[in-house]
Design a protein. Structure first.
Length: 129
């Protein structure tokens, strides 16, 4: 199934444009993860400042939000770099007249990364509760 094959479709500009749309979708996803990670990382700072203004005793540190946010930013950076590598390889295959078979490596890596961040969040919430 993953075998590359020669195809007349490699000369069709729609194939390259579809690859570009997919690449840009991955880039948007990576940027969204990076932006969300920044917000999560700064949320702890916001809570600390808010507690200081309200003169509320803080029951715990907000350091976890920093590490969780960093995890999202790192995953977003990884996603952007991996999408670029995947896109360039696909264009090189098209230039050689070969349409590569589907591969789920990038999708699997992102799913596993998000799962790890989700499990870490659940564990932290259970420990802090």
């Amino acid at each position: 199934m993953g075998e590359p094959f020669k195809s007349a479709l490699t000369d069709d500009p729609r194939v390259a444009l579809a690859a570009e749309r997919t690449f840009l979708a991955w880039i948007r996803t990576g940027l969204a993860l990076m932006g969300f990670g920044f917000v999560v990382a700064r949320f702890g700072l916001f809570l600390r400042e808010w507690a200081a203004v309200q003169k509320i005793q803080q029951p715990f540190s907000h350091g976890f939000s920093l590490w969780l946010g960093i995890g999202f930013v790192v995953l977003g950076v990884f996603l952007n770099v991996a999408a670029l590598i995947r896109y360039r390889r696909y264009l090189n295959s098209l230039a050689a007249g070969v349409i590569p078979g589907p591969k789920a490596g990038l999708e699997t890596a992102v799913a596993l990364g998000l799962t790890a961040i989700g499990v870490a969040t659940v564990v932290a919430l259970l420990v802090l509760a």
